[in-house]
Design a protein around this ligand. Structure first.
Ligand SMILES: [Zn+2]
Length: 170
């Protein structure tokens, strides 16, 4: 979003139109950044992003209002732009990890087929430093391993219960 500078010959409604456009493009950008973070298995605080958007727009509106009340013509440049630090919304603190388990048939290294509770996904709980409620990021075991550089065997350490299943039983 480029910086737009307005001079006195511009009308107030033109400024308002630009604010609406800035609101829309920023919302689209927030959604895009949120998706990008999700693809990279990174948390993203949507509440922080929305807070900054709303506060930024309010500030611009207040600046215009002040200039209008003071009778200052809008000759003093009013910038219709926001300084959003999208990267900062992914800087969240990991609070805990909870594996979600399901009972599945797995073959052990000895070739034995067993019924085991294995993690099918992991929930990472995050909180941002503005104190927003912890967000939950769901990762499948592959993503979890890639992200935490865990070996296959270690993932299956979470097996909590096994039961032998006889082969060829009718
Ligand atoms: Zn936040």
């Amino acid at each position: 979003m480029g910086v737009m500078i307005y001079t006195e010959e511009n009308k107030l409604d033109q400024l308002e139109e630009q604010i609406r456009a800035l609101d829309q493009t920023t919302r689209a950008k927030i959604a895009e950044e949120e998706q990008k973070a999700k693809k990279e298995s990174k948390p993203f605080c949507l509440r922080c992003a929305n807070e900054d958007l709303v506060n930024g727009l309010t500030e611009i509106k207040q600046r215009i209002e002040r200039a209008t009340i003071q009778g200052t013509p809008l000759t003093d440049a009013i910038k219709i732009s926001l300084d959003m630090d999208y990267d900062s919304y992914t800087k969240m603190k990991l609070i805990s990890v909870t594996p979600y388990t399901e009972t599945k048939l797995v073959t052990t290294s000895k070739g034995e087929v067993v019924k085991a509770k294995i993690p099918t996904s992991y929930f990472e709980h995050y909180a941002c430093d503005r104190g927003h409620v912890p967000m939950k990021l769901e990762l499948d075991p592959e993503e979890y391993k890639r992200k935490n550089k865990v070996k296959q065997e270690e993932v299956y350490e979470d097996i909590v219960e096994t039961e032998s299943v006889k082969k060829g039983k009718k």
